[in-house]
Write a protein that binds this ligand. Structure first.
Ligand code: SF4
Length: 401
């Protein structure tokens, strides 16, 4: 099996560094311009340069989304922007507009052009066409592809394929939707999607409300393609994409680490894993905040009951308690910068790029005035706790709920 890239989202520099530290081979980010997800805390050009420097030093890559569907007035400064991205060391841009594909290939020399999932490529001929017309380097397949589609396209198309493996789904064919435009005057395809599909709606038949208790939502369950990872690797997919540029640092760390371990174990095993190991990996993936999940269209299902959910709230299996700021191996203590409440007696564990999770009990908490306290309630406070094994700066302290 060829090496597959694990591609993580990041909404800011901190999350980008976290993704790389936890095992991402590449990270996709959005600049301040020409990108969807305009509410994500997007990167300045200086941030992009810093992200590239950090990634390249670790053997990773940065991709930048230039995936808005531009109207004429949106195009000013685009050529210069693409050239700046190339100079900054960006490996690839993710593009949904044929014009931007063409422009990028004419005004830059090394920048790869990846065709965004918004182009809804679901067959090999479409991929071939985009390659021949615009010279694109990779196609991000539509989330609506079945495993069979992915196999056929990957086998017959001359360019790399990228498939989504985890995160939010767009209930319309990725972005081919005007719900948000209609409900909020925010253009989904120019970075403003308000996720109106996830709202709860009152249902009427004529003038009559069907039920005051029954609210209807069109939102989809989230994707979790753990059961299909081996098949997608065997199909020769070049990159596995995790959705979620708006997600937290904790989400990025835990989902990236879980998929990194799963992919590496499949390579080490040189074949599919046992049921027992798959259950283990699925549990690890689900430790981040998630909505209800399903394995997406890979299974080829057209059963709507699998797609829709009735509750858009994310459920959380673990609380993110804080991050390690220092570890003293002489005294076996760690300084923690708190994020959520924790107390003496809590059973907790560290999420770390380098060590496996080891549950332990917090035996004491010492505050900045060297006083023993029972609990810490204020976020961003520094406290010290005893830890009998070595931990690294920025490891994440968490507690099962
Ligand atoms: S409102 Fe929902 S279906 Fe429409 S573009 Fe946004 S996420 Fe997709």
């Amino acid at each position: 099996m060829k090496k597959v890239e694990l591609l993580s989202p990041a909404g800011d520099l901190k999350r980008c560094i976290t993704a790389i530290n936890y095992g991402a081979d590449a990270v996709y980010i959005g600049g301040k311009s020409f990108s969807l997800r305009s509410r994500a805390s997007n990167f300045t050009m200086d941030d992009i340069r810093e992200a590239c420097t950090y990634a390249n030093a670790k053997g990773a890559h940065i991709h930048v989304t230039v995936n808005m569907i531009p109207h004429d007035e949106d195009l000013e400064g685009l050529t210069e922007y693409l050239q700046q991205l190339e100079e900054a060391g960006v490996k690839a841009i993710i593009v949904a507009s044929p014009y931007i594909m063409k422009l990028a290939k004419s005004c830059t020399s090394k920048l790869e052009v990846h065709c965004s999932t918004q182009m809804s490529v679901t067959n090999a001929e479409a991929a071939q066409f985009l390659y021949e017309q615009y010279g694109i380097d990779r196609v991000v397949l539509a989330r609506e592809c079945t495993l069979d589609d992915v196999r056929k396209i990957t086998a017959s198309c001359p360019i790399e394929t990228e498939s989504f493996i985890h995160g939010g789904m767009c209930v319309n064919f990725s972005g081919r939707c005007t719900l948000s435009n209609r409900m909020t005057l925010r253009d989904a395809n120019r970075g403003g999607c308000a996720q109106s599909c996830r709202w709860s709606y009152h249902l009427y038949e004529g003038q009559e409300e069907i039920s005051k208790d029954l609210l209807f939502t069109m939102g989809s369950k989230d994707l979790c393609a753990v059961p299909y990872i081996y098949d997608l690797m065997e199909a020769g997919v070049s990159s596995f994409k995790i959705e979620g540029r708006m997600k937290t640092e904790y989400y990025v760390a835990s989902v990236v680490k879980a998929y990194r371990n799963l992919i590496d174990e499949i390579y080490a095993n040189n074949g599919p894993l046992s049921n027992e190991r798959m259950i283990y990996h699925e549990k690890q993936v689900m430790r981040a905040a998630n909505r209800e999940v399903w394995p997406g269209f890979y299974q080829g299902s057209d059963d709507n009951s699998l797609i829709y959910h009735n509750n858009g709230d994310a459920f959380v299996s673990h609380d993110f308690l804080g991050t390690v700021k220092a570890y003293d191996p002489q005294r076996n203590t760690a300084v923690i910068e708190s994020r959520n409440v924790f107390q003496v007696g809590d059973t907790v564990e560290f999420l770390s790029p380098s060590t496996s999770n080891q549950p332990f009990t917090i035996e004491s908490i010492t505050n900045g005035k060297n006083e023993q306290i029972d609990s810490i309630r204020n976020p961003m406070s520094l406290v010290e706790i005893p830890v009998s094994f070595a931990v690294q700066k920025e490891d994440i302290l968490r507690k099962a709920l």
